[in-house]
Design a protein around this ligand. Structure first.
Ligand SMILES: NC(=O)c1ccc[n+]([C@@H]2O[C@H](COP(=O)([O-])OP(=O)(O)OC[C@H]3O[C@@H](n4cnc5c(N)ncnc54)[C@H](OP(=O)(O)O)[C@@H]3O)[C@@H](O)[C@H]2O)c1
Length: 260
C-alpha cells in the first residue's frame, strides 16, 4: 500500500491565501488527506468560517489573519509553526488586476511584486529549512499559464507568475537531494472569486478549484511543474513549443482583451 500524504510529508500543512477559491480547495484537499492546517488570509472572519467547516472533517485548524505582502508575516508564521511538524506548504495568494500597464500608478505593479514575488520568496526561504532538516516535505507555488509568455494587460502579474514557475523549478532542482518535493502549478483559468472579480467572461478550459487543487497535490514528487487540466496542457504545449513568441503574445493580447 502506498504511504499517505501525512506519512510521506508530515502532519501539518500551511496554505497561504486559504479563505476562499483555490486556497480553500487546497485546504479541503489537504484535510481529506488528514493534514492539520494553518490557514492564512487577510479577512479574519472569512478565514474563521472556512476553518470551522474544515474542523468538521476531524483535523486541527489554526488561522493567521495577516497580509502576505508585508514581510512581517514571516516571524508570525514561524511562531505558529513552533513545535509543529510542517509537511506541506502551499503559496496560493496572489494580487492581480487587468489594465494597460501605464494606466495605473506604479504602486499597483509594486503590490503585485510584494504579494506574488516577495511573498513566495520569503515563504520558501522561511519554511524549507525545517523540511531539509527532516529530509521530507513539500512546497507548492501557485503559478499561471499567463506566466509562460508576457501577457498584455496582465504585465506585472504574468511576470510575477513567470518568477514563481522559475523559482519553484530551481528549488525543485536544489531540494531533490534533500528529499523535499517542490512544485510549480501553472493553472489556466479557475472558477474563483478572484477570477470573477478580474474578468467579465469565462475563458475556454476554465476549471473548478477542487480539480486544480487535487491535480496539483497528486503531481507532488513527479517533477517540477504541473499544468492542471487536459485543455490547458494542450494549449500550453502549442503556445510554448509550436508557435513563434511574437504570435503567442499577440494571441494573449487578443484573448485577454476579449475577456474584459
Ligand atoms: N483564478 C484563476 O483563474 C487563476 C488562473 C491561474 C492561476 N491562478 C493562481 O491561483 C492562485 C489563486 O488565485 P485566485 O486569484 O483565483 O485567488 P483565490 O483562490 O480566489 O484566493 C485568494 C486567497 O488569497 C488570499 N489573499 C489574497 N491576497 C492576500 C494577501 N495579501 N495576504 C494574505 N492573503 C491573501 C485571499 O483572502 P483575503 O482576501 O481574505 O486575504 C483568498 O483566500 C493565485 O496564485 C493565482 O495566481 C489563478
Amino acid at each position: 500500500m502506498s504511504k499517505s500524504s501525512v506519512e510521506t510529508y508530515g502532519s501539518w500543512a500551511v496554505v497561504a491565501g486559504a479563505s476562499e477559491g483555490l486556497g480553500a480547495a487546497f485546504a479541503q484537499a489537504l484535510a481529506r488527506r488528514g493534514h492539520n492546517l494553518i490557514l492564512i488570509a487577510r479577512r479574519a472572519e472569512v478565514l474563521a468560517a472556512e476553518a470551522d467547516r474544515l474542523r468538521k472533517s476531524g483535523v486541527e485548524v489554526r488561522t493567521l489573519a495577516l497580509d502576505l505582502g508585508d514581510p512581517a508575516f514571516v516571524p508570525l508564521l514561524l511562531a505558529e509553526l513552533e513545535g509543529r511538524e510542517l509537511g506541506v506548504a502551499v503559496f496560493n495568494a496572489a494580487y492581480s488586476y487587468m489594465a494597460p500597464f501605464l494606466s495605473r500608478p506604479v504602486s499597483e505593479p509594486l503590490k503585485v511584486a510584494a504579494v506574488n514575488v516577495q511573498g513566495p520568496l520569503l515563504f520558501s526561504h522561511a519554511l524549507l529549512p525545517q523540511m531539509v532538516e527532516r529530509k521530507r516535505g513539500a512546497l507548492v507555488l501557485m503559478s499561471s499559464l499567463s506566466g509562460f509568455q508576457g501577457s498584455p494587460f496582465l504585465a506585472a502579474y504574468s511576470a510575477s507568475k513567470a518568477f514563481n514557475t522559475t523559482l519553484a523549478e530551481a528549488l525543485w532542482g536544489e531540494m531533490e537531494e534533500h528529499g523535499v518535493h517542490v512544485l510549480a502549478s501553472a493553472a489556466g483559468a479557475i472558477r474563483t472569486p478572484g477570477y470573477a472579480a478580474t474578468l467579465a467572461k469565462e475563458a475556454p478550459g476554465t476549471m473548478d478549484p477542487d480539480a486544480v487543487a487535487e491535480e496539483t497535490l497528486r503531481a507532488l514528487g513527479k517533477g517540477p511543474l504541473v499544468v492542471p487540466g487536459t485543455f490547458n496542457k494542450l494549449a500550453s504545449f502549442i503556445l510554448r513549443r509550436l508557435l513563434p513568441r511574437s504570435l503567442v503574445v499577440r494571441i494573449m493580447r487578443n484573448s485577454i482583451a476579449g475577456l474584459q
